[in-house]
Design a protein around this ligand. Structure first.
Ligand code: SF4
Length: 239
């Protein structure tokens, strides 16, 4: 099954810019961006980010305010602050053996970074990979990770898999099955997340008076290091 998958990947794998590198910093940037943002939206932002800050040292030297501004539009802005903190650690003391010691790096991101950058024999299991493994009931090895991600993203889709074009169809016990719709992501409109995004956008443009902003949102943003609250003004970054 693994060989069929890899042969399919050689012909149909997605050509994504972070796949052409083993630079751990570049891969960390891509993985953090991909945590909660779709691939198509990440590609141009990843390229722009690396042009602006090509190394961990360059990002470590950047101001937090600039980093948050550059992140605008990708959502979940806390990731930008964590990425900068991670770059500071790497720039001053190198990559830790346990990659989860870096801010914003959980077990999945550590596995992806370990595999794609450091060649470690671990399979990063995201939702696409998990789905393909569950449906095929096959345990794939670390060399198949990119191929599994692509198969899950383009063929073995969540609700209606495209079994007719699947390279694993002949041996897959789930071939032809249909699946329940996934739980929808909670609405962004009117949510606390939207209020956070709106307030951060205002502060990113220029420092704002505390009295003009939503106090609850400002407190949450400050806790995440996205803004600093002075006596009368709220400014971008943690000061
Ligand atoms: S045959 Fe269908 S269910 Fe099985 S892995 Fe392929 S796309 Fe998924």
């Amino acid at each position: 099954m693994e060989q069929l998958l890899l042969a399919w990947y050689r012909r149909h794998g997605r050509d994504l810019p972070w796949r052409g590198t083993h630079d751990p910093y570049a891969i960390l940037v891509s993985e953090v961006m991909l945590q909660q943002t779709q691939v198509e939206r990440v590609v141009p932002r990843y390229l722009r980010w690396l042009e602006r800050w090509p190394t961990a040292a360059a990002l470590a030297d950047a101001s937090t305010a600039d980093v948050i501004r550059e992140w605008q539009g990708l959502g979940y802005n806390r990731r930008a602050v964590n990425l900068k903190r991670a770059a500071e650690i790497v720039a001053s003391s190198g990559w830790p053996d346990d990659l989860t010691e870096l801010p914003g790096v959980g077990p999945y991101t550590a596995a992806a970074l370990g595999n794609f950058a450091f060649g470690r024999p671990v399979l990063p299991v995201d939702t696409n990979v998990r789905r393909v493994q569950e449906r095929t009931r096959h345990k794939f090895g670390p060399a198949s990770s990119q191929a599994l991600m692509d198969l899950g993203a383009t063929v073995c889709l969540a609700r209606i898999p495209r079994c007719g074009v699947c390279p694993l169809g002949a041996g897959c016990p789930s071939r032809g099955a249909r699946f329940e719709p996934l739980r929808r992501q909670s609405r962004f409109e009117g949510s606390f997340r939207q209020r956070r995004a709106h307030t951060l956008r205002l502060v990113a443009e220029r420092p704002c008076s505390t009295t003009k902003l939503d106090a609850e949102v400002v407190a949450a943003l400050a806790k995440d290091g996205l803004v600093s609250v002075g006596s009368s003004l709220v400014t971008l970054g943690s000061g």
